[in-house]
Design a protein around this ligand. Sequence first.
Ligand SMILES: NC(=O)c1ccc[n+]([C@@H]2O[C@H](COP(=O)([O-])OP(=O)(O)OC[C@H]3O[C@@H](n4cnc5c(N)ncnc54)[C@H](OP(=O)(O)O)[C@@H]3O)[C@@H](O)[C@H]2O)c1
Length: 252
Amino acid sequence: MIKVGLVGYGKAGQAVAQVLRADPRFELCWIARKSAQQAATLPETDIPIVSLGAADWGPWLDAHPVDALVDFSQAESLHAYGEALAQRQLMLVSAISAYSPEDLNYAHKLGESTRVMCSPNITVGINFLIMAGKLLRKIAPFADVEILEQHFREKPEVSGTARKIAQSLEVQDERITSLRLGGIVGHHEVIFGFPYQTVRLIHNSIERRAFGTGAAFALSQLAECEPGFYTFEDLMTRLVRRELLTGGVDVA
Ligand SMILES: NC(=O)c1ccc[n+]([C@@H]2O[C@H](COP(=O)([O-])OP(=O)(O)OC[C@H]3O[C@@H](n4cnc5c(N)ncnc54)[C@H](OP(=O)(O)O)[C@@H]3O)[C@@H](O)[C@H]2O)c1
């Protein structure tokens, strides 16, 4: 069982906590957030919720040991716990979307002594869609590619995930069509137009617990890796490669 400390207990962190608590592979040991009352615990449990300054992390981790941190807080947290994490060689699954180049440099540095995964998009589904799309692009570089994204009416900007998909498939952002409709949580679709057939890869977001499924996948894969810095794609590619080599997927 992997013992986990969760950093951040906002909209995403709360959903992630639910998934980790329901999964027998993990034990959620404590939660750190910015503002926590003294002696706070998760309702109906004895899981502590704490607020930790940079100097508190080392003593806290020694008194409340875990195997991994899962971070759904803010970029600054990385610098608060980074040294204590590396010294104790704990795994890190960080989902922070807004890391600066300096933050990412620091995360890479931590990867010299422990296992670190950073991903601005941590859902299994979108990462699988990107991987499958890249593969199809290699197989059929002649196919037309269009990206369709649909979100709730109030979302003003083009989806960052759609831009990431476009970038990974090496197509221009002009190939993205955005629709704003009612309360759609998130729909991403890549359409490959062949001369005599059409392939559609579709991902629909249902709720935030998908972030927890992604964090759980990353934890389980990272636990099998050597120390280093990884992306979600690295972990997924590693698994797919192993499956292909061991015959888990029949490619004959
Ligand atoms: N990679 C992905 O796919 C993905 C998906 C969703 C979210 N995210 C990322 O996850 C983060 C949280 O998103 P959200 O929507 O849950 O935001 P949110 O609702 O604003 O929650 C942020 C949480 O972080 C805590 N926090 C802030 N600074 C902290 C610190 N120094 N130490 C410990 N905890 C701290 C806050 O504590 P308080 O509750 O005390 O204020 C709060 O619980 C964002 O960085 C976002 O980019 C990534």
